[in-house]
Write a protein that binds this ligand. Sequence first.
Ligand code: AMP
Ligand code: MG
Length: 492
Amino acid sequence: MSGALSTTPALGSRYAREFPELAVPWRAQEFPDARLLVLNEPLAAELGWDAAALRDGDGAGVLVGAGLPDAAEPVAQAYAGHQFGAYSPRLGDGRALLLGEVADANGHLRDIHLKGSGPTPFARGGDGLAATGPMLREYIVSEAMHALGVPTTRALAVTATGEDVYRESVLPGAVLTRVASSHLRVGTFQYAAAMGDDDLVRRLVAHALNRHYPDRAAADNPSLALLEAVIDAQAALIAQWMLVGFVHGVMNTDNMTISGETIDYGPCAFMDAFDPASVYSSIDLQGRYAFGRQPLIAEWNLARFAETLLLTLDDDEDRAVELAQEALGRFRGAYNAAWFGGMLRKLGLPASAGAGATEDPVTTALLTDLIGLLHVGRVDYTGFFRQLSAAARGDQAPAREMFSDPDPFDLWAPRWLEHGPDADVMDAVNPVYIPRNHLVEEALDAATGGDLSPVERLVDAVTSPYVQRPGFERYAEPAPEAFGPYRTFCGT
Ligand code: AMP
Ligand code: MG
């Protein structure tokens, strides 16, 4: 197996070397019968990995952390986190490993990471494993998010381990090979700050700025520069979630990145009928992470991030708090501007229609009223915006028919049409295909039973989300009534 990486680039160990305090050297469990299930060839090419080599017998080993080059220094990363609001001082990669970093075709460092690769010292009694279904779910949904233009970690491959995983039932095990611009989380900073070592936090700040926000690396106050950059990146990210109807499901601080990429697809889902109270996770009993609460929760998580930087923001404690609060004050404005701008594009309206964006009373009312009627009508969110471009082209029927009571739509539509919406702009931002919950479940069930073709076809549909294609009609349809209320379970 040792020759398997000869066709793949070397793995760097920058994180492992720079932050021994935040990493435990570890190796993946051995899976002699590992077998590749899905490989993301475009992503492999981006990384400079040879897809053919990854597909042959030894390649599958590499994708589960076997046969690494001698220089590789895989580590389990330490992090803390607020889970559903309660602080856990020591979480960390319980079933994951950072294999190392590679420079991609654009010269950007990308983490190569495994999920489901066996228990680590952070496993806290867990088995360190993952079942095929949840790993394929992450593959499908993260690649769909990428195709929708939402910043996200990527999925390079899912490999069957050949071993059983014991959950409510016995399931086939799998490893996800994940690619991320980094795995630095708010929880990483929480862990570092809790060690009470200012110098460690300062080094982590410098590392994060270098890696993700190099243009701010020379700032006079690096901690403030990083805080502001992360606030801006997260505001933009959450606005994109809200625009595509994505519910993350478990926005704990350990699942919020410093890079601004979406991470950890567990009990996530795309909303069908528009409802801000949409919750899909079976464990989110209070609706803490409901669709409409995501911006507020992001702001809460960012306040936890700011706290980790207090000692490095300013020597004067009061001044540090003041700086943190000022920075946090950016979030709402940044979020609102990103959401409002995105909504204007979804409605095919020029940015000038929202000049002064959130203050413009006419467009604000247009958006607020639309949200209200989608909510009252429980209209399919993704389908509605896509059908609406027909209305911009002169045919209101497809959108109108989505309302059981079309009267409010009939009052709203002329107000919108008055602005001269551009249907082509709408089609470029309103997807036809998203990973709808019933399709994801259907594909995962088939895969668990050994048939991967529904997963492959769904990935095909959702990775070209904007272009309607013959033969994919059912991928654009909302769930049949019989599918019932949807629940997702944490991908453990
Ligand atoms: P998550 O909900 O996937 O973000 O995971 C939260 C924490 O639980 C992380 O520290 C994970 O590494 C850990 N974890 C989740 N599932 C397992 C498992 N099967 N074995 C060990 N650790 C796990
Ligand atoms: Mg996590």
